[in-house]
Structures are given as C-alpha cells and as structure tokens.
Design a protein around this ligand. Structure first.
Ligand code: DAK
Length: 259
C-alpha cells in the first residue's frame, strides 16, 4: 500500500504522482522507496507503455529531499544513501526501458529537480521554478544533479545554477533546454498525456533501445557519479552543512563558517 505516491494506469499511461503536498512533496526515504516499487512493477507490465511523473497540488513538483530527515546524517550515511538513491530510483528512471515524462507542476528543487532530470523528457507549467539550492545548505546535489544538469544545459549555466543556488523560472528553463515545453498548469497533465499517446504509437522495443543507446553515450562520464556520491558524503562532515540545514529548519539565513 502506497502512502506518499499515487499510481494510476490508464490506456497505456502510468501516472506516478508524489503526494505529500503539505511538505511540498519533499522526498523522504519512504517516498523514494514507493517510487522504486512503482517503477519496478511497471517494467514487465504490458499495460504500461509510457510513464508520467508529477507532483500533487498546485505548488510543487518536489521541493527537494526532506531536509528534516538528513540533517543529522554523517559522511558515511550521506554517501550510503546517495548510492542507494542513485541505484534504486534515479538511475532506474533514466535507464527505464519505456519513455518517462516529468510533468513539472511547480517547485522542482534539489532532489526534486534531480528527479525531473532523470526522466527522458520534461514539460513544465508556467508557474514552475527550478533550482539546485544545495550549496545554500552546505551540500552538493547527491542524486545525479552534478552530472545531469550540465548534460542538459551545458557547464556554464549549470555552474551558475549550482553556485547561485537560485531558482530559474519556466521560461528560462525552456530557453536553457532544461524543459522541452511550457504550458499553463491547467493543461499540463493533458499535454503530458498527449505526448505519451503520441510516443505510444511507435515501437516500444525501439524506444527502449533508443534509451539504452542515448544513455550509453553518456557512460564516458559515468565516473562523475561516483565522485558525486563521495563528495556528497563528505559534505555531511562539514560545519557548513550543519549551519546550512539548521538555519533552514530555524527559518533564518545561514552564516557559513567556511569549514
Ligand atoms: N524538506 C522538508 N520540508 C520542506 C522542504 C524540504 N525540502 N521544502 C519545504 N518544506 C516544508 C516547509 O518546511 C514547510 O513546512 P512547515 O513549516 O509548514 O511545517 C512547508 O513545506 C511549506 O514550505 P514553506 O512554508 O517554506 O513554503 P514557501 O512557499 O514559503 O516556500 C520554497 C517554498 C520551496 C521556496 C521553500 O519551501 C524552500 O526553500 N524549500 C526548501 C528547498 C530546498 O532547499 N530543498 C532541498 C534542496 S537540497 C540525500 C540525497 C539528496 C539530497 C539530500 C540527501 N541523501 C542521499 C542523504 C538532496 C538535497 C536537496 O534536495
């Protein structure tokens, strides 16, 4: 029984909706586990041809990993959990043999943007805001963001987003190529469904092989994911991380000691 994820399968399209709207759909451990279970079940289900990933409510796709959950982590736990996340959710989605479309219906921050970037295609609503705010918490992205963001938008723009920790709006994301289309929120799901239906007319086998081939071209940089996992874990041992996350939970601006 899923608690934080709603799954619906209809006419070949599986909808996965992250459903913790009070926490802006932040990804806690259980939510990640439920996403993993959902995708595993879709793999051999012939009723599923395309997957759409979205967030519930009108405000957020996913506002990141659940900060309350990782505030007390040490380096080892950080590295371990990043590895598990890569293997059970983010890489699974990227390598999923059927097309995955992210319908970004609001804030997609940190782990939330990383989730959207694992999908093969992104469509955003006009109110969507995207960013990797990790450095403002004394962290780096830990779910593939250091690799997938520059792959999608190039290094210069990716570094600006990583260093500034700022959000970009839907129009900028479109301009960067981070999302393929921007539509009004009322028609976001409908647009994603239309796209899914148009994909479904084509060979599911061929699409799976295209996914495999496109991903293989990125393998050269695969070591970057290992470096990210280790560096991400190292962040948890810093004073800056303690200050960054504590300041967020205390609703104040951080003063980073720089160590
Ligand atoms: N985690 C936990 N709670 C969150 C949250 C988050 N990421 N984002 C929002 N919430 C909660 C807020 O605390 C608030 O809860 P209450 O105070 O009502 O109890 C509620 O959702 C509504 O949020 P706000 O009141 O803040 O809403 P606003 O409209 O004022 O602001 C906002 C919306 C999206 C600008 C703001 O909520 C915000 O800045 N959120 C945090 C964004 C952020 O920094 N996200 C985390 C990025 S870092 C890991 C792997 C990866 C990661 C971590 C660990 N491991 C392997 C261990 C990734 C890290 C990240 O994602």
């Amino acid at each position: 029984m899923m608690e934080h994820v709603i799954v619906e399968i209809n006419e070949g399209i599986a909808l996965v909706m992250i459903n913790r709207p009070k926490q802006l759909n932040a990804l806690n451990k259980q939510t990640l586990e439920e996403i993993a279970v959902a995708f595993e079940a879709f793999r051999d289900n012939n009723d599923v041809k395309v997957v759409i990933l979205t967030g519930s409510g009108e405000k957020a796709f996913v506002a990141g990993a659940d900060i309350k959950e990782f505030v007390d982590f040490n380096g080892e736990q950080g590295t371990e959990l990043a590895k598990t996340g890569h293997m059970t959710v983010f890489n699974i989605i990227e390598e999923f043999p059927k097309p995955v479309i992210a319908a970004v219906n609001g804030f997609a921050l940190g782990g939330g943007l990383e989730l959207a970037m694992s999908a093969h295609v992104r469509i955003a609503s006009t109110n969507a805001r995207m960013g990797l705010p990790e450095t403002s918490l004394g962290l780096i992205p830990g779910y593939g963001g250091t690799q997938r963001l520059p792959q999608l938008i190039g290094k210069g723009r990716a570094f600006e987003m990583l260093f500034s920790a700022k959000m970009i709006d839907a129009e900028t994301a479109l301009n960067y190529g981070l999302v393929n289309h921007v539509v009004a929120q009322e028609v976001l799901l409908e647009t994603a469904q239309k796209m899914a239906s148009s994909f479904m007319k084509n060979s599911i086998v061929a699409m799976g092989l295209a996914i495999e081939a496109v991903n293989a071209g990125m393998l050269e940089g695969a070591i970057g994911y290992d470096v990210e996992v280790q560096a991400f874990g190292d962040c948890f041992e810093t004073e800056d991380f303690k200050e960054g996350t504590t300041a967020f939970l205390e609703k104040r601006k951080p003063t980073f000691p720089g160590a």
